[in-house]
Design a binder for this molecule. Structure first.
Ligand code: C2O
Ligand code: CU
Length: 471
């Protein structure tokens, strides 16, 4: 398939505003794709009080079919992969009755949410929930954004087996769109008999498990319908263990309006949206084309180290123009509310990420140590800290911090551009690159930071920030 030529052709067609022809560019790679649109299952609010969102979550085994493979034994929240979609509003209290019906212990971590440390679901803050056990999580939803939840024990195995779900928190000042969708990106490695590998081979240990089936909302190559001429908002999260998605929608560029912790003051355009495990992006595009036209969402190769960039471009999903009436006066947004810029300056802490063999075992280290031997960072409550994260290894690591957002100040000494100002909780630190981040630690407790490739975190690349009263 001469994809590059087609993409170039598509771009020039767009410049010539030949929308109909443009859409034909994608349609020859269309699969059958006529099934129902894969939507996430909404969680039920069990409390009539509008200020309280009360949800039951049960972690339990189930079966699922991935593409044409035989049934796969998976682990789920409430029976589905991805798990239920929890929909809340800023200021609401979320109460979760959690039951563990798995054969092993687990916890739920609320990725990206600012909450009291005892609710964070890590082993630094709670004891594991044993098989048959229960736990009540309860906290206030403080920030608008797209967040997700997953276990924080043996996360390399538990997340891969299917334990992940989405929380969308809506604020008073939401970006407007005519249609909005959540796309949960994932991949799974399914063996010929339908099973997931129970062993961790060397390559998966090095790169994080990478799958042979790419998934959007739990399905291989699904079709979404969208209306032409209207503003489409896509909320995208990468829940894969190892794979970085490098998204292209041939003929379009993405307008990026937000990321992990909500909207960005200065949206920007990009042809490729690179999204590492754990990250989220909020993008808008104006769909075009005639009813029945199809454009294919592609995952283009990206070199994140160790020759990962050699893969062919892979189709992820299709967008098919529906014949519903399309009237919208909405234009692409170009500004949102300010974010307080945290102060720059010299670094307070240095974290060196590296990989290497110790006694023949592959280890992922921070400052030469593996968790739990990595010395904790000590921070007084309310303090601002600048972290220099230096990646000495030969692959990119998505660096994730719990309990607060951070901002990127610089990369290899070059100040981050204005459009990079954002509330992040996960950021790609490329191989052989140094980034300076800054965060304010408002919430006391022990907060994990780690690489969001769970094989790396479990392999040692994890530490703690101890936020407490000043001595
Ligand atoms: Cu999404 Cu510590 O993790
Ligand atoms: Cu890593």
């Amino acid at each position: 398939m001469k994809r590059d030529t087609r993409m170039t052709a598509c771009r020039s067609l767009r410049l010539a505003a030949l929308a109909t022809l443009l859409w034909a560019c994608g349609s020859d790679e269309a699969g059958s794709g006529d099934g129902p649109e894969p939507a996430l299952t909404p969680a039920t609010d069990e409390d009539p009080d509008p200020a309280v969102l009360e949800v039951s979550l049960e972690a339990r085994p189930a079966f699922k079919r991935y593409a044409d493979a035989p049934e796969t034994a998976v682990w789920t929240y409430n029976g589905s992969v991805p798990g239920p979609l929890i929909e809340g509003r800023v200021g609401e209290r979320l109460r979760v009755h959690f039951t563990n019906s798995l054969p092993e212990e687990t916890t739920i971590h609320w990725h990206g949410l600012r909450l009291p440390a005892v609710m964070d679901g890590t082993l630094a803050t709670q004891s594991p929930v044993p098989p048959g056990g229960t736990f009540e999580y309860e906290f206030e939803l403080r920030d608008a954004g797209l967040f997700w939840f997953h276990p924080h024990i043996r996360s390399d195995v538990q997340v891969e087996k299917g334990l992940h779900g989405i929380i969308r928190v809506t604020g008073s000042d939401e970006p407007e769109a005519d249609e909005q969708r959540i796309l949960v990106l994932d991949d799974v490695r399914v063996l010929a008999d339908g099973s997931l590998p129970t062993y961790l081979d060397d390559e998966s240990k090095m790169l994080g498990r990478q799958g042979n089936i790419l998934l959007v909302n739990g399905e291989a190559l699904p079709t979404f319908r969208w209306r032409s001429g209207v503003l489409q908002r896509l909320r995208i999260v990468n829940v894969a263990n190892g794979r970085f998605f490098n998204l292209a929608l041939p003929g379009y560029s993405w307008r990026v309006i937000g990321t992990d912790g909500g909207t960005m003051p200065q949206p920007y355009d990009t042809d490729h949206l690179l999204i590492a495990p754990g990250e989220r992006y909020d993008v808008v595009v104006i769909a075009s084309g005639a009813p029945g036209d199809v454009v294919t969402l592609m995952n283009d190769p990206y070199e994140r180290g160790h020759d990962t960039g050699a893969e062919a471009p892979l189709p992820l999903a299709q967008f098919r123009v529906s014949d519903e009436p399309s009237v919208s006066g909405r234009a692409l947004p170009d500004a949102f509310g300010e974010i307080e810029r945290l102060p720059g300056g010299s670094s307070d802490e240095q974290l060196v990420l590296d990989e290497g063999l110790r006694d023949g075992t592959l280890e992922f280290t921070i400052n030469g140590e593996t968790y739990p031997s990595v010395p904790p960072i000590r921070v007084p409550v309310g303090a601002v800290r600048r972290l220099e994260v230096r990646n000495e290894s030969e692959m990119d690591h998505p660096f994730h911090l719990h309990g607060t957002f951070f901002q990127v100040l610089s990369t290899d000494g070059i100040a981050a551009p204005m459009e990079a100002l954002a509330n992040k909780d996960t950021v790609i630190v490329p191989q052989k690159t140094t980034m300076q981040l800054v965060a304010r630690f408002d919430e006391p407790g022990r907060w994990m930071y780690h690489c969001h490739i769970p094989e790396h975190a479990e392999g040692g690349m994890m530490g703690e920030a101890d936020v407490g009263d000043a001595p």
